[in-house]
Design a protein around this ligand. Sequence first.
Ligand SMILES: *Cc1c(COP(=O)(O)O)cnc(C)c1O
Length: 394
Amino acid sequence: MTDAFTDYLQAVLSERRLRHRYRQRRQLDSAQGPQVTVAGREYINFCSNDYLGLAAHPEVVTALRDATYQWGAGSGASHLVCGHSGEHHALESELAAFCGRERALLFSTGYMANLGVITALVGRGDTLLQDRLNHASLLDAGLLSGARSSRFLHADMDSLQAKLATARGRTLIAVDGVFSMDGDLAPLPTLAALAQEHDAWLMVDDAHGLGCLGPTGAGSVEHYGLGQAEVPVLMGTLGKALGGFGAFVAGSETLIEGLIQLARPYIYTTALPPAVAAAMRVSLRLVSREPWRRQHLQALIERFRRGAHSLDYSLMSSTTAIQPLVTGSDSSALRLTQALEAEGFLVSAIRPPTVPESSARLRITLTAAHSEQQVDDLLAALKRVRPVLQEGEA
Ligand SMILES: *Cc1c(COP(=O)(O)O)cnc(C)c1O
């Protein structure tokens, strides 16, 4: 009747339910955007990573449709077999130029890009140093690489320095440019200086900075005025501010040629559909052509923070589109999300193990597609539901 696997899974499920950590999906019945429909009801959406409002942009959608007619639905093979199309190649060149790098290489997802680049660069006898709050894909890449992998305290340069002192072999320092659950920026200038001092390479995963930060939208590295010399490995994703799907690594000619030879998640997987690459070329042009998207987003961030300060919530110091409100307990985060949902707002509750114990939070994300009114409405709702935080805490 039962077997070891079913027993194991059922134990996991009941433990998750008991601890308010059961993960469930919402089913959207509309395209991604500031307003979405879930189960027949319309919500204002404050949980997507579509930071510039490009996921359903008509020019991007048209490019995807037109390119599908021209290139078909799928790429048909991996890049190294016969799946590398002219659209992929053009997008790689444009991404490299956009980020001020010699070359760029497309990956199917950011998760795979991180696995690919880290396992290609470090292995047994090498050292990988990561911020404690790095994205799960970077942490997993460390395990897979076989390198001596260790995590320094979040944004703590003394902690990093202590680990650098005992590093062996090739040393790679990897950080999120913008931390995905806290929204703060990594101290890249100090990290770059330390890396240079110790003959290490610095890798930045800029999933949440690309498109949003820097004078031209090239991300957190550009924000700090750094380039390829200071940050030899730059990873960016196409599924967030660019509104599509996929990812890339940008850097020197040598890095990219090395990845093509070594990165298994690049070699052994089907290339993105060429039409997705074509659509992402249009997204990239919109990022460059319409700086108002970044400016409007920045104005909304400031508006939200000003409003939230007066509401007696614990706001983190983030200056980016990711604005977490820490509630502490898992159940209070859940109660708050449910209360907001009843008010017509979608906000995600983030609980351990995604974030450290006792730091459950609402992860509010703002996008350029939101209006000032929608932000004000969210603030008003946050004010109304505030008493929910006290309930059940006794
Ligand atoms: C989303 C994300 C990834 C993964 O990118 P996908 O393309 O969604 O696989 C990697 N790193 C960070 C910091 C992210 O936020």
